[in-house]
Design a protein around this ligand. Structure first.
Ligand SMILES: [Zn+2]
Length: 172
């Protein structure tokens, strides 16, 4: 599951560095205490704990606390919340796709004008409000061909859609 590019990206963001991903892999494999995970992965106990709590804060892991009847110490038994990871990726991907589609629509349905000094980028209506002069430096705005921008957004959309499709097929 963690090999999926979307899952990997999400979890790498949580654990801050790819080298800490084995913590999540060990948890996903059913290791349920911080000590066992630390031992298996060779990652320091305090680092393991830090990211277990971070996963917990994000709702991507949960724990049960129990008291050892002999030592009276508490032990924590951790669990990876796969369903939450899946839900989160679905939600994030849908939001991202919507954002890209909105952006594409805006680029395709507008003309853009830019300040040669890079101060502003305005659509036709805003640019004509300023009489096609930069509101910062008063230089004349230049028409900007946005074909490259449109091409880039379409490529991004294609990639996000393809990653999301393959994710959905694996996680119905
Ligand atoms: Zn300017």
């Amino acid at each position: 599951m963690i090999d999926d590019p979307l899952v990997k990206t999400l979890l790498t963001n949580v654990v801050e560095d790819e080298s800490n991903l084995p913590i999540v892999e060990a948890l996903n494999d059913g290791l349920d205490t911080d000590e066992a995970i630390s031992e298996k992965t060779g990652i320091k106990l305090n680092i393991v704990r830090k990211f277990l709590y971070k996963l917990y804060d994000m709702g991507l892991a949960s724990y049960k606390r129990s008291k050892d009847p002999e030592t009276q110490w508490f032990t924590y038994s951790w669990k990876f919340e796969k369903e939450e990871v899946i839900n989160r990726i679905k939600k994030d991907s849908e939001q991202y796709l919507k954002m890209l589609n909105d952006e594409l629509e805006r680029e395709e349905n507008n003309m853009f004008f830019v300040c040669p000094q890079g101060h502003v980028r305005l659509d036709f209506d805003d640019a004509s409000d300023y009489e096609f002069l930069c509101p910062v430096c008063m230089e004349e705005l230049e028409f900007q061909d946005n074909a490259e921008t449109i091409k880039q957004i379409k490529e991004d959309l294609k990639m996000v859609e393809s990653n999301f499709d393959s994710f959905n097929k694996k996680n119905k």
